[in-house]
Design a protein around this ligand. Structure first.
Ligand code: XMP
Length: 523
């Protein structure tokens, strides 16, 4: 737990797949909230956290199973409003004297359903049931259901499979719903959250302006007069972290930008210029192209390439960090989704699909303490903070770029010739996307150069050049993705431009694989 100066809402996570979305909806309402797995939420925890309201998430278990997850008693005794969702509703009814039954009587519901209101119209449902049909579309996903509500509760809405779809104890301000208001398929769900936090008295004091001031104060407190090192990749997260730190501690910050020679066209100059000239920030530009490309020579296995890059990156970073006298802290752009401890019901480690590149392990090895000024933020909040800090929109809105850079867009052996061709082709492709006004509709777009030469004819001559693949996807978080449905005319025009403008490519293909089964990058 970190922040105590805001109104705070506690989300007790019972393992739903969509708990993070609850936090998203609340943050959109400028409400500060934290997700904690039910195992960690003890009576003492609730007292210390001092929430202004509590939400019980959904979850896959059955309250009738012995040993199934429960909130602590202190949650009910805190005297603050509670909202129970799905499993959260069932657990609340069960704990407070109602009944839950298994979904044997054809009452299990999965998918879209419609809730009809009862007579009661408390503030909690304001803005609901307003359309002509008098019903609200909701998303249901439950096997068990509440068969008897707890004393003090009344029914606010019913659905065909859930006679107690919406319930409330208006006196205690305990609300419980069987459906998931946080998901997209409950179109008016945000209104319920808004009504709930308004009833709970939240003032909506969580803004990026306030966060910036508060973080600056905290960074100063944590760091004192010591030196801080920050790895800068040119991506949004590390850039925003660096600018925030610079605002807080000025010259006590040194950024290290490791240039592995696998960046896009003009990228290194752009990053260095922006930080040195616009922010007057101490920056070490570690141009280690020769080292990285030398070690990668002859390597074609994707995991080997990733491991070489990851290891060299740490070595180089450490080498430069060692030159900064009195450095005691390492700054990282860790985000909230990386720190949420999720409830795992599956157990067992998940398989490694790709060894992601980060500087994990470095702080202990170097005896450094961590500064993580973005730990409480979601990605879109980082972008908002970046805007607040005056970073240009062109920078904030950039597509993500992976740590190993172009290495993983160059299947097979990496050569300088291929990198050169790839950079040029990528620049033409992105230029096309911008010119057609598509950049912001696409989550990530890039070119991969393929390890194959193909025969072509240009003018009267035969060509024997590389083929490349264009990739463009839409996604929310990079975990799943759909390929972008470009118009054929766009693809044709782009292929023509690449073949005409980039020497070394004579064939262009478009990758129409979604994730899963593909991944976004080619390696
Ligand atoms: P994949 O290829 O796994 O990529 O579908 C998902 C997202 O992660 C990015 N990516 C990385 N980012 N270090 C990073 O910082 C990495 O090693 C790495 N590998 C993939 C990828 O660009 C996409 O946005």
């Amino acid at each position: 737990m970190t922040d105590t100066s805001h109104d705070r809402l506690l989300i007790i996570d019972f393992g739903s797949q969509v708990t993070q979305l609850i936090a998203r909806r609340l943050r959109e309402l400028n409400v500060y909230c934290e997700i904690h797995p039910y195992q960690n939420v003890t009576d003492a925890f609730v007292k210390e956290f001092a929430p202004k309201a509590i939400i019980f998430s959904g979850g896959p278990d059955s309250v009738m199973r012995e040993g199934s997850p429960r909130p602590p008693k202190a949650a009910y005794e805190a005297g603050v409003p509670i909202l129970g969702i799905c499993y959260g509703q069932q657990v609340m009814m069960h704990d407070l004297g109602g009944k839950v039954e298994a979904g044997e009587h054809a009452t299990a519901e999965f998918g879209r359903a419609y809730v009809t209101p009862t007579e009661s119209r408390p503030n909690f449902v304001t803005g609901w049931f307003m359309d002509g049909s008098g019903q609200e579309q909701v998303w249901m996903s439950h096997g068990d259901h509440v068969s008897e509500i707890a004393p003090g509760f009344e029914v606010l809405g019913t659905s065909p499979g859930a006679p107690f779809a919406m319930t409330a104890d208006l006196e205690r301000k305990f609300y419980a719903v069987q459906f998931h208001p946080e998901v997209h398929h409950t179109p008016n769900g945000a209104t319920l959250y808004e009504n709930f936090v308004r009833e709970a008295g939240f003032s909506g004091d969580w803004t990026m302006g306030a966060y910036r001031e508060e973080m600056i104060r905290k960074i100063r407190e944590q760091v004192g007069d010591k030196q801080v090192i920050c790895g800068l990749s040119g991506g949004v997260d590390s850039s925003v972290a660096a600018i925030l730190l610079h605002e807080a501690i000025g010259d006590q910050l040194t950024c290290v930008f490791v240039d592995h020679g696998l960046l896009r066209l003009h990228e290194a100059e752009e990053v260095v210029t922006m930080f040195r000239d616009n922010y007057n920030l101490k920056l070490i530009h570690a141009d280690e192209t020769e080292l990285f490309l030398g070690e990668l020579e002859g390597q074609s296995d994707p995991e080997t390439k990733r491991k070489i890059i990851g290891k060299l990156f740490i070595d180089v970073f450490q080498k430069h960090a060692d030159t900064i006298e009195g450095a005691e802290f390492l700054a990282q752009g860790t985000l909230y989704p990386d720190v949420i401890e999720s409830v795992s019901f599956s157990g067992g480690p998940s398989v490694t699909i790709k060894s992601h590149h980060n500087v994990g392990g470095l702080p202990e090895k170097m005896g450094l303490k961590l500064v993580e000024p973005l730990r409480e933020l979601f990605k879109d909040e980082v972008r908002e903070l970046g805007r607040e800090l005056g970073l240009p929109q062109s920078f904030i809105g950039r597509h993500p770029f992976p740590g190993p850079g172009l290495a993983i867009r160059c299947p097979g052996e990496i050569t300088r010739e291929k990198l050169e061709i790839l950079r040029k082709a990528d620049a033409v492709y992105i230029d096309q996307i911008r010119k057609h006004g598509l950049y912001d509709d696409i989550w990530q777009a890039f070119v991969a150069i393929l390890p194959v030469r193909t025969v072509g004819v240009m003018g009267d001559g035969r060509t024997y050049d590389f083929a490349c693949a264009l990739r463009a996807v839409t996604s929310v978080d990079g975990m799943t993705a759909d390929y972008y449905p470009f118009e054929h005319s766009f693809l044709g025009e782009t292929a023509t431009r690449i073949i005409n403008e980039v020497k070394g490519i004579n064939r262009v293909t478009y990758d129409i694989t979604s994730k899963p089964p593909g991944t976004i990058e080619w390696e």
